[in-house]
Design a protein around this ligand. Structure first.
Ligand code: HEC
Ligand code: HEC
Length: 317
């Protein structure tokens, strides 16, 4: 069916019945409810909009605005199910072969991999698909309203494991945004200084804002402060074994007296290779020299794509 007709049907449904909460999707057997959209909005806002500005007219030069992504992924006859499938495919493995936007990677650098479950990406997809980001003036007119409408109760019914994951992804999106900005503005070698001086302070300021302790640690750490402890190493070892067998790695929660600690995998993609890949092949001479200079005991090189680079450790009360 024609998108215009679909939109008209949706509009009529919205304006003609009192149940604006539930928007029946044409061509989809499933109905979308407000709590799903609310979760989708919350996830998208906290973990995607930092790089993919919702405001098409401004953009931020770090990544294509979300509306541009929507245009490349959703044609007039694309169903929500099809879009969801494609979104899962890209987010679970941002790579050249999964890219649908010509030149996006050359222009912006490859998107870092975000560690979301399929269920969560499905909610993100529902929000992007059903929201009229592409409408002229949407941002000015609707963004703050959506924020208010969807802002309540987003942590309700969430397990500590899920809350920790959201904290990790939100922090990742802020770190990633700053990293991409630094690389694109001043090149890899200079972005290295950004990582060495800003990665930990940025993580700490997110921790303060999100009311949790946040660490990024590794068995092969670059910064000596990021060395994993015995318990963290146990999770890393287990995850590496699973990955070696091509099995999925799941986050884990450990509970002590009054604390809950969530562990979440951080995997590499091509973007990371310029600083964590093979010396001289992926990491250029000047960058390597700078790494050796700042981190004489660096262990964080020699990685390939889709390997476990480290983990997020999120400690909640
Ligand atoms: C750290 C910044 C950053 C974050 C956070 C981020 N992205 Fe991206 N994303 C990018 C960049 C840069 C590109 C363009 C290059 C590319 O295609 O990989 C991109 C491209 C994309 C594409 C198009 C890929 C293509 O080439 O076909 C999709 C879809 C996408 N992002 C979805 C998302 C969603 C959904 C989220 C939130 C869960 C998200 N992104 C979070 C930086 C980011
Ligand atoms: C511009 C170079 C650069 C790029 C690109 C880069 N990193 Fe790093 N990474 C660093 C530096 C420098 C540190 C040390 C930060 C510090 O001193 O706090 C680091 C630290 C880390 C750590 C913390 C553990 C440790 O070794 O100290 C993780 C995890 C990590 N990087 C993962 C990634 C992943 C995943 C990617 C790709 C999405 C990536 N990095 C891309 C430079 C980079």
């Amino acid at each position: 069916m024609n998108k215009l007709i679909i939109n008209t049907v949706i509009l009529i449904t919205i304006f003609c019945c009192n149940h604006t909460e539930i928007i029946p999707k044409v061509g989809d057997t499933k109905t979308i409810n407000n709590s799903e959209l609310a979760e989708g909005f919350s996830l998208t806002e906290k973990s995607c909009f930092s790089c993919h500005s919702p405001n098409a007219s401004i953009g931020n030069g770090i990544a294509p605005p979300m509306v541009a992504i929507k245009k490349h992924y959703i044609a007039y006859n694309t169903t929500q199910a099809e879009f969801t499938k494609e979104l899962i495919k890209f987010i679970n493995n941002p790579s050249e072969e999964n890219s649908k936007i010509p030149n996006a990677i050359q222009k912006f650098n490859l998107m870092p991999k975000m560690g979301f479950s399929e269920d969560e990406i499905t909610k993100i997809a529902a929000y992007i698909y059903n929201t009229e980001l592409e409408k002229p003036g949407w941002f000015e007119k609707h963004y703050n309203k959506e924020k208010q409408k969807y802002s309540t109760g987003t942590n309700e019914n969430k397990t500590p494991l899920e809350i920790g994951q959201r904290i990790a992804m939100q922090t990742k999106s802020v770190l990633g945004k700053n990293l991409l900005q630094a690389i694109n503005k001043n090149g890899t070698e200079n972005a290295l200084s950004f990582c060495s001086t800003k990665a930990i302070p940025l993580t700490d300021s997110m921790a303060l804002a999100l009311n949790a302790k946040i660490k990024r640690v590794s068995d092969k750490n670059r910064n000596p402060n990021n060395q994993a402890n015995a318990q963290e190493l146990a999770y890393i070892k287990k995850s590496k074994n699973l990955m070696a067998k091509n099995l999925p790695v799941n986050p884990e929660l450990s509970t002590t007296n009054d604390k809950k600690i969530g562990y979440y995998p951080i995997t590499t993609n091509k973007m990371c290779m310029q600083c964590h890949g093979s010396p001289k092949i992926d990491i250029d001479y000047n960058t390597l020299a700078k790494i050796e200079n700042i981190y004489p005991k660096d262990k964080a090189i020699g990685y390939k794509e889709n390997e476990l680079r480290g983990i997020w450790v999120i400690e909640m009360n």
